[in-house]
Write a protein that binds this ligand. Structure first.
Ligand code: GUN
Ligand code: FE
Length: 427
């Protein structure tokens, strides 16, 4: 356990808002009882005497937030990246996910996942597990031990899946209830349950109704996929002809933000009505640019989401995204937005470094509360980055050094990581 008050010294940088970074060169970042208390260019006299961790010329940024990834898919990251979504689900994803019925296999795979997440730049994450209750609990135990703050979901699927990965409707609801009870019993500090209907094609209307009952009874948030890929969007039109648009197929069941904090991955094909409903309901968009390229989904209109005032964060979407490294997600978000602007719609300007950094920190952090900034009162999630390995002949300011991290960093530059004021073991 860290001291109740401690101070990090280094080059501190965080988002004030979408367009502006706050920078404090060789400054002091104060943590009190797990919360950020302030950033100071010189240490106030009254704080003298508290322990100072001096990180020299390192950069200190808020921890990164992964709003969408799949733990069981970590085992096949980097494979099958030449397929399109639905083919990739059938060929790679479903066969692998069905292996998590075997708790020994789950233990091997989830131990690797949790270890790598511990050493990654991620401090917060919304994580899909599989339909299997014991393996999902095991994943939650491992994430709790890893020291990240996460939402983890037992997945629900009662249609359009192979037999070995499909639950009966009532079985799915009952298993979810048991899982919630198990989770509450375990009294995790940093690991919370989140309802996780895989996506509309995987869940019958009856199952959605059952999930809504659980949502209300336990006040749980929800995590799913939305308007990701053309063939998926067409499929949902066939399955739910009564829905005004894809998101409406969740909203009809009260599972789209209104009274249920909701994160929806992708939103590549969200039309004006869907965007308006997301805004009205406060839905968080998890933008997953690498995944959207790999499984031929497209490029989400993120500029429009930002202009319309939606909550937007980034997701790695492992394993449709090949890496948990959120620096890559930031770079991909800029790159994808430029292609979209150049090739599809010159009215939607490309994203800036400031904007993608905001999305990876404060934007996605909003789903967890006051998270993703060093402003007073925010939960103290911090990364210390040693960029001295990227030598350069010219002087670079702090913002430029951050920009280079976004394009070039991986977990090797992370010198220290704090979640809610507690230092994570990176060994
Ligand atoms: N839609 C439904 N399931 C999945 C999944 O596992 N990955 C992605 N990218 N999209 C999905
Ligand atoms: Fe996904």
């Amino acid at each position: 356990m860290n001291e109740p008050v401690f101070i990090l010294k280094g080059n501190i940088i965080y988002s004030k808002d979408l367009t502006e970074l706050a920078v404090c060169e060789h400054g002091y970042l104060v943590c009190r009882n797990g919360l950020a208390e302030g950033v100071y260019p010189t240490l106030p006299f009254k704080l003298g005497g508290n322990p100072i961790h001096d990180y020299g010329d390192c950069l200190i940024i808020p921890g990164l937030v992964d709003l969408h990834l799949h733990a069981p898919q970590y085992s096949f990251r980097g494979l099958g990246m030449d397929m399109e979504l639905l083919e990739w689900l059938e060929t790679n994803t479903f066969p692998e996910e069905s292996k998590y019925k075997d708790i020994e296999y789950a233990k091997k795979a989830y131990t690797i996942f949790a270890d790598n997440m511990r050493r990654s730049a991620t401090t917060r994450a919304c994580i899909f597990a599989t339909i299997h209750r014991p393996a999902t609990l095991l994943l939650m135990d491992l994430m709790e031990k890893a020291g990240l703050s996460t939402y983890v979901g037992k997945v629900n699927m009662d249609r359009n899946a192979p037999d070995h990965l499909r639950e009966e409707t009532q079985e799915s609801a009952a298993e979810t209830l048991e899982w919630i009870k198990d989770v509450l019993h375990r009294k995790y500090e940093n690991t919370r349950p989140i309802l996780t209907p895989r996506f509309t094609p995987s869940c019958t209307d009856e199952l959605m109704e059952e999930l809504k009952k659980l949502q209300m009874r336990y006040g749980l948030p929800l995590h799913s996929h939305l308007s990701e890929n053309r063939s998926e969007v067409e499929w949902v039109k066939d399955l739910c002809p009564w829905a005004e648009f894809y998101g409406d197929a969740y909203d009809r069941f009260g599972l789209f933000g209104a009274d249920c904090p909701t994160v929806m991955a992708h939103c590549v094909y969200s039309d004006d009505r869907e965007i308006a409903r997301m805004k009205e309901n406060g839905v968080f968009v998890a933008h997953c640019p690498e995944s959207n390229m790999n499984v031929s989904s497209g490029i989400a209109p993120v500029r429009k989401f930002l202009e319309d005032g939606l909550n937007v964060g980034l997701g790695s979407d492992v394993a449709a995204g090949s890496t948990e490294n959120l620096f890559r997600a930031m770079a991909h978000a800029v790159q994808a937005s430029k292609l979209r602007w150049r090739l599809m719609d010159e009215n939607l300007a490309p994203l800036t470094v400031e904007e993608v950094f905001y999305m990876a920190t404060k934007g996605g952090g909003g789903f967890f509360g006051q998270v993703g900034s060093f402003e007073p009162g925010y939960e103290f999630d911090a990364l210390v980055l040693d960029d001295s390995g990227l030598s350069h002949p010219q002087p670079l300011d702090i913002r430029s050094r951050l920009e280079r991290m976004i394009y070039l960093a991986d977990e090797r530059v992370i010198k220290a990581k704090y979640v809610k004021g507690r230092e994570v073991d990176l060994s």
